[in-house]
Design a protein around this ligand. Structure first.
Ligand code: PBG
Length: 337
């Protein structure tokens, strides 16, 4: 065998022309030139949690740096988001009163409807998307109507369509149904079209998994189910062919943007969805994913900004065009430098 392995590599490079990949990694200027994926501020969507009251800015225990905001504070936050160059926010509402049928979700004077009006009035160029679901509004915390322990599909879908319409009438630029009931995109599209909102797009949470990573969100939105879970409508984490069928159906029903959620444990699903449908594709970098990075960062166990950028870049590299993330403002700050 060879007595001088190091020498042999050099000799080989002359005879067989090994590729020296390191040539293009030697300087940051070169690395920049051959970089395949570029995260942009315009890829980001910032989630906001709206609560009743005035001057409320309450940090969420399990999501450091994320706040429940009253409408006046949300307007100020929206202005900051716009200032940073982030194109859009997505609104979640926490109502004053919850009931069995989530009445405030489709009330013209509900918390989200009021927030949309105020934000569109003060920061008109910011794209305002609304999350369409009942879980924040029902006393039992489920995403629809519950009868005999079953979350019923079609009646819930009718209420979601009503909810989406009130959001758009209030001025929302786009609606994002997050429930995962069957047929809701079709029902929402029909309701919007009938009311003349032919040009208002729908971003569907098309492949949304029953995930443990939503824990901190349920603190933020006070929407944890009081009994049972969401496995009868959200997807089994073990499935990915099924995700393609879900996405295909939402596109047929009229979805303009399709979303995969969560993002990080489902990068393979994002890639399959992007490759198959070539649609504008969004990914939701969810609350648990955010909380883990924050916790490790706070403990000094990881370099938080670096890990944040690496994760967001990986979501984009997997095929996402848009990323809903609680890191939006932090990432925008870094990207602008
Ligand atoms: C439902 C909804 C949820 C999230 C977004 N929309 C919670 C759920 O399905 O239980 C989770 C987002 C996150 O974890 O960041 N309205």
């Amino acid at each position: 065998m060879n007595e001088h392995p190091i020498l042999s590599v050099t000799q080989q490079s002359q005879s067989e022309q090994i590729r020296r990949f390191r040539r293009l990694r030697m300087k940051e200027s070169l690395r920049t030139m051959v970089r395949e994926t570029e995260l942009a501020v315009t890829d980001l969507i910032d989630p906001l949690f709206i609560v009743p009251g005035k001057k409320v800015r309450k940090e969420i225990r399990s999501m450091p740096g994320v706040f429940q905001l009253s409408i006046d504070e949300a307007v100020r936050e929206a202005a900051r988001v716009k200032e940073l160059g982030i194109p859009a926010v997505i609104l979640f509402g926490i109502p004053e009163h919850k009931d069995e049928v989530g009445s405030e979700a489709y009330d013209e004077a509900g918390i989200v409807q009021m927030a949309v009006r105020s934000i569109k009035k003060e920061v008109p160029e910011l794209v305002v998307i609304t999350d369409v679901c009942l879980c924040e509004y029902t006393s039992h915390g489920h995403c629809g109507i519950v009868r005999d322990g079953i979350i019923v599909n079609d009646e819930s879908v009718a209420l979601l369509a009503k909810e989406a319409l009130t959001h758009v009438r209030a001025g929302a630029d786009m609606v994002a149904p997050s429930d995962m009931f069957d047929g809701r995109v079709k029902a929402i599209r029909a309701a919007l079209d009938e009311d003349g909102f032919l040009d208002t797009p729908i971003m569907s949470y098309a492949a949304k998994y029953a995930s443990g990573f939503y824990g901190p969100f349920r603190d933020a939105a006070e929407s944890a189910p009081q009994f049972g879970d969401r496995r009868s409508h959200q997807m089994d984490p073990a499935n990915s062919n099924e995700a393609l069928h879900e996405v295909e159906q939402d596109i047929r029903e009229g979805a303009d943007i399709v979303m995969v959620k969560p993002a990080l444990s489902y990068l393979d699903v994002i890639r399959r969805v992007k490759d198959r449908f070539q649609m504008p594709t969004a990914a939701y970098n969810v609350s648990g994913e955010y909380a883990m990075v924050k916790a490790a960062g706070r403990n000094g166990w990881i370099d938080e900004p670096r890990v944040m950028m690496e994760l967001l870049t990986s979501i984009k590299r997997a095929g996402a065009d848009l990323i809903l993330t609680y890191f939006a403002k932090d990432a925008a700050g870094l990207l602008r430098r």
